[in-house]
Design a binder for this molecule. Sequence first.
Ligand SMILES: Nc1ncnc2c1ncn2[C@@H]1O[C@H](COP(=O)(O)OP(=O)(O)OP(=O)(O)O)[C@@H](O)[C@H]1O
Length: 295
Amino acid sequence: MIKAENLIRKFGNSIAVNDISFEVKEGENLILLGTSGCGKTTTLRMINRLIAPDSGTIFLDGVDISTRQPEELRRGIGYVLQNHGLFPHYTVAENIAIVPRLLKWKNEDIRKRADELFQKLNLDPVLADKYPAALSGGQQQRVGLARSLMVNPPVLLMDEPFGALDNLTRISIRKEFKALDELIKKTVVMVTHDVQEAFEMGDRICLMDKGEIKQIGTPEDLLFNPANDFVADFFKEQRLQLELKSVLIAELLPGYSDQKVTVWEKMEELLQTGHNEDAVGMEDLMRAFSAYKKQ
Ligand SMILES: Nc1ncnc2c1ncn2[C@@H]1O[C@H](COP(=O)(O)OP(=O)(O)OP(=O)(O)O)[C@@H](O)[C@H]1O
């Protein structure tokens, strides 16, 4: 779906992105992860042509994006920013109607789609007539996402979408976003510097440093088969928690019914509910996990 080839971008004498190539498959969630200044945002903004590469090419569905009109390209690419990017003098309803209006949608269709997204994103309909400043950080972020999803773009770019939120809101809202059917189907590229977030949200992670890609792979790949010392060191401090987040129960217990649930998610469920709805308890999990690690 997205294919980037040999992208280079300099600012003055410094190289922000240094000859990187990667692919994002349809429906995949790729996380650009790395410390501040490693080139994540520059990479993301080259995909919707907010920044032009000095050299290299990005293909979207096989078409070189530099051959497309930027405005037309961006209509098919949602964009969610850390500080929501909402216009302060527009109400919530006006903010989310901007692109549909440009596309000359009927008022009734705009309202219908907005209602649908409000419901999916747990937004109270009374917020529609308020200005962004009257909303909490979590609500603003939900509206920012609703705006980017209004015209149902096949691709979504998210730049630190939870970065401005307090820790608790951040954890709960990213769980909600992860479970959202609208996002599950989309091709998503998301920037974060938060390792836990990358492991929770990413199908694959692209770990960057100083404008270069150190490794791209599934969370498990990066953790259990690091390509170099940089990758191994990057995850060292949080290793146990990341292992729990990257290993699926089905890998520990063949035949386990849910093919997607991680050990971490199951542990959280057990701790929160105090009981298990299937036959797997905390002790079984820990035993299976230790055995898996010894392999
Ligand atoms: N418009 C610009 N002008 C000059 N230098 C820039 C510009 N944009 C980015 N840079 C530089 O390019 C490098 C990569 O920046 P970029 O924002 O892509 O990194 P990042 O990984 O997203 O960092 P952060 O997490 O802090 O946003 C940094 O050294 C940054 O200072």
